[in-house]
Structures are given as structure tokens and as C-alpha cells.
Design a protein around this ligand. Structure first.
Ligand code: ASP
Length: 327
């Protein structure tokens, strides 16, 4: 049997019921054993309580801590399952994909829309599927939810209450867990496992909308080290007479603040050469985020800022796919 490390971070999966209170740690593991006894038939489980919080409490420091813990435990396990609240699960999955290059073993994040102790909970199936995926699935960071396995840095939370809580609009599933569990090969490791647990959280995500006052954004630029702009469509924003964003690109360039442009549209990605505003942004040094999700782009930028001093190296890192996060 494979040896799987199950790390609990919190979220609905481990809550007591409709009233949002987290199960006490001991109670969580007891509930896990009584509600999903078959997990023990699938793998030799090693349980670890990392935290027991709503995932909105998890921060970049938590990702660094979690990555460090997984790196330390890597050699004694065959795969990892991380149980996590669904709200920021896509963020943690992206972070682990950048902080643990060449981990070389499956790291599967999962959660639930209903607590484990409830009759109609989706937690049971998600846990069984996650342990199955951690034993036999692709050796990269993935998200297992509602009978599907997705690349971790490609997902976004798409539903608040339906069981198919996640989608991966720009990358096909890496596994389908139906009557049989079928997996794609996934990313190949290209070197020794590393712990690259460095992040600079001074990144601001700016959503473009009609009426956006560029002066407001300029006023806070002194506190920002990197900017992700969620633009319209293929990478558009006003550059005309009213409320032009051109001064923002110019000022960011002058301050050596990298600007990554992603799209508010979920399918496909940014192409800055298509329209005038994209061309303006490119001339001012903006970086196309291609088809990255907002969470993948923001975490990757935090990682790039903490890892590279030279603007050219940062740009190169942001523009290429480093963990399968962009096409
Ligand atoms: N608020 C919860 C969390 O993200 C939601 C969930 O787990 O589904 O922790």
C-alpha cells in the first residue's frame, strides 16, 4: 500500500454542521475514521493537523509554512493530500506549485461543500478520490473535486453551493474518477526537488471597471511592488480621454513595478497585440499573463518578486510556463 500524508488545514470539510464551527482536532480525525473508514483500505495514512481554520484566514505566510512542511516530509511518503476550505483553495494550490519545484510526487488538494459529518456530504467521495489520486495520479499539484482531478494552478472556484465547485477553463482535467479512475501523465520533473518558499505579498490585484479612478491607484503605488491588472477581454482598458490607465503603466515602469495583465474573461487569455490599449501597455513594459488565472498570476508575481532582483529575469520567469500554469 502507498503511504499517503493527509494534511488538514480546515474549511467546511472539517466543520461541525450548518453552523460554522470547526471540529476540534481530535474530533476531526475521529470523524474522518468513522465516516470514511475505507480510506485505510486505500493507503497507509499518516495524518497531520496543520491548522483548523476557514481558508480565508490562510495567508502567503501559511503557504510558505505548508510548503516547508511538505518538503520536509517528502522523502517518507508516496503522495500528499491537503484538505482545505474551498474559498482560497485555488490560491494555495497555485502557491504550492511554485514553491515546490520538482516535488516529484502527487500533492492533491481537496475540500467539500458540506461538512464530513453530514449525510449528504460530498466530503467522503472527495476524500476517497483524493487519496486514490495521491496514490496513482500525476506527480504534480492537483485539485480533486466532484470526481475530477485538475491541475492546481489552473482552477478557480466556480460555484458557491453546487458540488462541482471548481473548474479549469483553460486546461483539460488530469483525471476523471468515474467507475474507473483514469489519469493523464501530468508534468515531468526536471531536476532535484527544491524548496523555493519565498514570497513577497506586496502585490495588488486591480480589476478594471468603467469609472475606475486612476488617481486612486497612483496614490497607493508607493506601497506596491507588483501589479496584476484584470483587464477586459483580450487585455483592454481605457487609454482615451477619460480615465486613461496610461499614466498608471508609465508610473509603474518608472518605479520598476512589474505589471502582469490577465483577463476578466475566464476562457482563453490575453493577447496584448490585438487592440490599441494592449499595445500601449506593452510599450510601457506590461507583461502579458496569457491564460493564467488571477490567483496563479498573483502568486507567481509574489514569487517572482521574492526570487529575482533583475527585472529581465523576473519578466522571463513571468512570461514562461514554470509549473504548467499558462499555455
Ligand atoms: N469558507 C469555507 C472555507 O473556504 C468554505 C469551504 O470550505 O467550502 O474555508
Amino acid at each position: 500500500m502507498k503511504r499517503i500524508l493527509l494534511v488538514h488545514t480546515g474549511g467546511t470539510l472539517g466543520m461541525t454542521g450548518r453552523r460554522p464551527a470547526a471540529l476540534k482536532p481530535g474530533e476531526f480525525f475521529r470523524t474522518l475514521k468513522s465516516r470514511v473508514p475505507e480510506l485505510r483500505k486505500l493507503a497507509k495514512l499518516d495524518l497531520h493537523l496543520f491548522s483548523n481554520v476557514d481558508s480565508s484566514e490562510l495567508q502567503p505566510e501559511s503557504w510558505v509554512q505548508l510548503a516547508t512542511y511538505l518538503h520536509e516530509r517528502r522523502d517518507d511518503v508516496d503522495g500528499v493530500v491537503v484538505t482545505h476550505g474551498t474559498d482560497t483553495l485555488a490560491w494555495t494550490a497555485s502557491a504550492l506549485s511554485f514553491l515546490l519545484p520538482n516535488f516529484g510526487k502527487p500533492i492533491v488538494l481537496t475540500g467539500a461543500q458540506r461538512p464530513l459529518g453530514e449525510v449528504r456530504s460530498d466530503a467522503r467521495l472527495n476524500l476517497v478520490d483524493a487519496v486514490t489520486s495521491a496514490s496513482a495520479g500525476p506527480k504534480e499539484v492537483t485539485v480533486c473535486f466532484d470526481s475530477h482531478l485538475y491541475r492546481g494552478n489552473r482552477v478557480r472556484k466556480a460555484s458557491v453551493s453546487e458540488y462541482d465547485a471548481f473548474d479549469s477553463p483553460n486546461f483539460p482535467p488530469l483525471g476523471v474518477l468515474g467507475v474507473d479512475a483514469r489519469f493523464e501523465p501530468g508534468l515531468a520533473s526536471s531536476g532535484k526537488p527544491q524548496l523555493a518558499a519565498k514570497l513577497d505579498p506586496r502585490v495588488f490585484v486591480l480589476k478594471v471597471y468603467p469609472g475606475l479612478d486612476v488617481e486612486l491607484v497612483l496614490a497607493m503605488l508607493g506601497r506596491v511592488k507588483g501589479l496584476v491588472i484584470e483587464a477586459y477581454g483580450a487585455g483592454n482598458f481605457p487609454v482615451g480621454e477619460r480615465r486613461s490607465l496610461r499614466p498608471l503603466f508609465r508610473e509603474a515602469k518608472a518605479r520598476d513595478i512589474p505589471v502582469v495583465v490577465v483577463s476578466q474573461a475566464h476562457r482563453n487569455g490575453v493577447d496584448l497585440s490585438l487592440y490599441e490599449s494592449g499595445v500601449v501597455a506593452m510599450e510601457e513594459g506590461a507583461i502579458s499573463g496569457g491564460d493564467m488565472t488571477v490567483s496563479a498570476a498573483a502568486v507567481k508575481l509574489m514569487h517572482a518578486l521574492a526570487t529575482f532582483d533583475a527585472p529581465k529575469a523576473r519578466r522571463g520567469y513571468l512570461e514562461r510556463s514554470v509549473a504548467g500554469e499558462r499555455t
